[in-house]
Ligand binder design. Structure first.
Ligand code: FAD
Length: 470
């Protein structure tokens, strides 16, 4: 029997493990933390009983993932919940850009920009599964869905600020800019529309759901399936050197490229070692979890119903803030993402005290305290929120990296989404999962298709390993 060891129990490590186990391999997963899940965990961070997502919160890419969908994780307790409003983006005027699963209702809410929104996102969301099957694999492959790619490509290569010029209202422009800012990259640069288009179209195709009981339910369900397939998971085991796993026929590394280079040392071919050492990490995140009595008193009604709220004002302000953090400067008004998962999943609250998840985009390795800047941004659109906060829990960029070694300098996307790395990561190669050491593969979000909870990096890496074994 082929023996495989997977280093790291994030969603990609678990996806690699499941794929290998499905193909008859004996699989052991080694995780350094005390619990599995990597960036997909849930804890009581503030008030006892209040369930906070430590990292990932909202999961359009999990629903869209062909691999995760094939697993029937509902059998292992995973249940999706949708908020009434998927995403709201409030402006100082009191109005808000609103993304709903229904394309018609979203277009109706965007007034004069409704027809333009529908023209762009109608075809993309209608052929979303075709698009995903192309984009959730390495860029160098034989495409099968040329129509879907032809609809996506010419728009995706544009800077988000340029693409947004097709809309007239501040609401539509800000709505798109906030989604494009998930790229953690200056919005005036080419290709920054790609992630905005993908996540917005995912909203219309699948919505922006959360997992009942917290994101941990996703990785718990994956772990339960792995054990059912005969796999073993050991937590509290940090792999420090390749020698510890060298007995295995296949080794999967759910790590950042730099950590893989450290683990593999001189075994790594020189050109690969050089590429892994030069791999570029993006800006950081500063995470703030709040326990809020009575919820956030948003001025905009849409925000009071939204699972996700993007804060940063209009498109120009967001573009300037994203430019600053990329250049290493902390803006006074950073781009902030707020999650109100409890609206879709009330089981996370205790009485009228609710868990509110937030993070700001900050420069890589930012050493300051962004807590008050985040609360200021929320207060700007929800006057009085400060008085309702009963408890806080903070994770700076340094603490995020301590929490999970893959988040180098607080880079929660495990790699900068610059022009080259958004298409080719972690290096330019026909098979980006191979490390060049026989039997050893990189399977983290540093490989295609990149960050997000979808398991496709791990699944693709495991398929690459299976091809080599044949
Ligand atoms: C604050 C935050 C918010 C996010 N929000 C979202 C969101 O809303 N939606 C979404 O889809 N995604 C979100 N993400 C991104 C998502 O969590 C990641 O892209 C995803 O978890 C990547 O999965 P992975 O398996 O590649 O790595 P990870 O989840 O990072 O897992 C890697 C695992 O490997 C372990 N490990 C590393 N090195 C070793 C070693 N040497 N030995 C043993 N174990 C090791 C780590 O401890 C960790 O458990 C967010 C991330 C953060 C931090």
């Amino acid at each position: 029997m082929t023996e495989a060891v997977v280093v790291g129990a994030g969603p990609n490590g678990l996806a690699a493990a499941i794929t290998l186990a499905q193909h008859g391999c004996g699989v052991t997963v080694l995780e350094s933390a005390a619990t599995i899940g990597g960036g997909t965990r849930t804890s009581e961070l503030t008030v006892p009983g209040l369930l906070h997502d430590d990292c990932s919160a909202v999961h359009p890419t999990a629903l869209a993932s062909p691999f995760l969908r094939s697993l029937d994780l509902q059998r292992h307790g995973l249940e999706w919940c949708w908020p009434e409003v998927d995403l709201a983006h409030p402006l100082d005027s009191g109005s808000a850009g609103v993304l709903l699963r229904s394309l018609d209702d979203t277009a109706a809410g965007l007034g004069v920009d409704g027809p333009g929104w529908r023209r762009l996102f109608g075809p993309l969301s209608a052929s979303y599964d075709d698009l995903v099957s192309e984009l959730f694999q390495p860029v160098l492959h034989l495409p099968r869905h040329l129509v879907a790619l032809a609809r996506f490509g010419p728009n995706a290569v544009q800077p988000a600020t340029l693409l947004a010029q097709r809309w007239l209202t501040g609401e539509a422009r800000a709505l798109f800019a906030g989604v494009a800012a998930h790229a953690f990259h200056p919005l005036r640069r080419p290709m920054t529309s790609a992630i905005g288009l993908m996540l917005t179209a995912a909203g219309h195709a699948y919505g922006w759901p959360v997992a009942r009981g917290g994101s941990q339910s996703i990785t718990n369900a994956m772990a339960a399936l792995l054990v059912e397939l005969g796999g073993t998971i050991k937590t509290g085991v940090r792999v420090e050197s390749y020698q510890e796993v060298a007995h295995a026929d296949v080794v999967m590394l759910d790590t950042a490229p730099g950590a893989a280079a450290d683990l593999l040392g001189d075994r790594l071919p020189k050109r690969v070692a050089k590429a892994y050492r030069r791999y570029r990490h993006g800006p950081g995140a500063f995470k703030l979890d709040l326990a809020v009595e009575g919820g956030v008193p948003w001025r905009s009604e849409a925000c009071r119903k939204a699972g996700t709220v993007h804060l940063g004002g209009g498109i120009d302000e967001i573009a300037a803030a994203e430019h600053d953090i990329y250049a290493g400067r902390m803006p006074k008004r950073p781009f902030v993402l707020v999650g109100q998962q409890y609206l879709a999943d009330p089981s996370r609250s205790v009485g009228d005290v609710h868990p509110v998840w937030a993070y700001a985009h900050v420069p890589a390795g930012y050493t300051g305290d962004a807590t008050e800047l985040i609360i200021d941004q929320i207060e700007r659109f929800a006057p009085g929120v400060r008085d309702r906060i009963v408890e806080k829990f903070v994770r700076s960029t340094t603490e995020l990296e301590k929490y999970n070694a893959n988040y180098v300098g607080g880079d929660i996307a495990t790699g900068a989404n610059d022009l080259i790395q958004v298409a080719m990561r972690p290096r330019i190669a026909l098979d980006p999962y191979r490390t060049g050491v026989p039997g050893v593969y990189l399977c983290s979000a540093a490989t295609p298709p990149g960050a997000g909870v979808h398991g496709m990096c791990g699944h693709n890496a495991a398929r690459s390993a299976m091809r080599a074994l044949r």
